[in-house]
Design a binder for this molecule. Structure first.
Ligand SMILES: [Fe+2]
Length: 319
């Protein structure tokens, strides 16, 4: 039998030191979708974000829609940002991130076919949930749960055709191959999404807090219509989001109970989960190894241990 990928261990969803390792290995080295240019329609407006405890602000500087700068709120330093040809603004939160093209080497051909600026920005909401950031991404990256968790969604986007294509640092979900402009779901590693369905577009960020069991969800909504037509779309997509929210809180409870340790991922239906979890695991393990090496060097040099670097890591077994 071919080898099967195992999930990350439950302990990775409940550990503060592990989250700090994720910050250093994953979050500081990634790019984040802040939104399409239509999110930054007002010149001089400061649009604030907080990703992995880094506060940043995006601001449109002039009448030129692509003249947007992103700053670290604490240091005032400008952060590396990038606007795609089709109007999506991405940013880093640290100088440790690679270039945009190195991070997303094959993103441009895909997003180059969709104009992401045709739908005006309508609304943003955010709230906290009692789950780890990966608990939400796990759910986003597969659709096995869709049929029973999202009965209204599944009527429009039957799981029969649902397919996930994994690329470097992003995944494309296609709900119906015959509807190229609808039912398009993009996951950007590690925690951003862009969702075109139900007649509108939404983008959400799964923002980890300092508590591994608490995550802040941030949503931005875009739609051609305002008024009743927008509210109808909003109600539909909020229903799906709340169904996911409840599922994540229940999954997190189970992860924290200490009974479940790890499992096997479905090799056909959970490739999206396997892809991003393996990415987290490799980055975290590599960071841990690097820090352990420099810790032992520091101990050799000074005769004492730098305790800030000491982290107990439980590595998952891979068959
Ligand atoms: Fe879902």
């Amino acid at each position: 039998m071919a080898s099967l990928t195992r999930t990350l261990p439950a302990s990775w969803y409940c550990s503060s030191p592990l989250y700090q390792l994720e910050r250093r290995s994953v979050f500081f080295k990634s790019w984040y979708l802040l939104g399409p240019l239509t999110r930054f329609g007002v010149v001089g407006e400061q649009v604030g974000y907080e990703i992995a405890q880094v506060a940043l602000t995006a601001c449109r500087m002039s009448e030129e829609p692509r003249d947007i700068k992103v700053y670290d709120e604490n240091s005032g330093a400008e952060l590396k940002s990038y606007i795609t040809e089709t109007g999506l603004l991405f940013s880093t939160i640290s100088d440790e991130a690679p270039s945009f093209d190195d991070f997303f080497p094959d993103l441009k051909p895909l997003i180059g076919t969709v104009d992401f600026t045709k739908l005006p920005y309508r609304r943003s909401i955010k709230y906290e949930g009692s789950f780890n950031w990966k608990t939400m991404v796990d759910g986003y990256q597969e659709c096995l749960h869709c049929q029973y968790t999202h009965p209204s969604f599944s009527v429009y986007y039957p799981p029969t055709f649902y397919t996930v294509y994994n690329h470097k640092n992003f995944s494309q979900h296609v709900a119906d191959p015959n509807k190229a402009d609808d039912g398009l779901f993009l996951y950007f590693f590690p925690n951003c999404t862009l969702n075109v369905y139900g007649g509108g577009m939404s983008s959400f960020r799964v923002c980890p807090t300092e508590k591994p069991g608490v995550t802040r969800m941030e949503f931005d909504y875009y739609h051609l219509e305002s008024g009743d037509k927008f509210e109808e779309y909003f109600k539909f997509v909020r229903q799906v989001a709340m169904e996911d929210y409840e599922l994540c809180e229940k999954a997190q409870e189970n992860l924290e109970k200490g009974i479940y340790a790890e499992g096997i991922l479905n090799p056909v239906k959970e490739t999206g989960v396997a892809y991003y979890q393996q990415r987290v695991m490799h980055l975290v393990c590599a960071q841990h190894e690097t820090e352990t090496e420099s810790e032992s060097r520091a101990r050799d040099d000074d005769g004492h241990i730098n305790t800030a670097m000491t982290t107990q890591l439980v590595e998952p077994t891979i068959s």
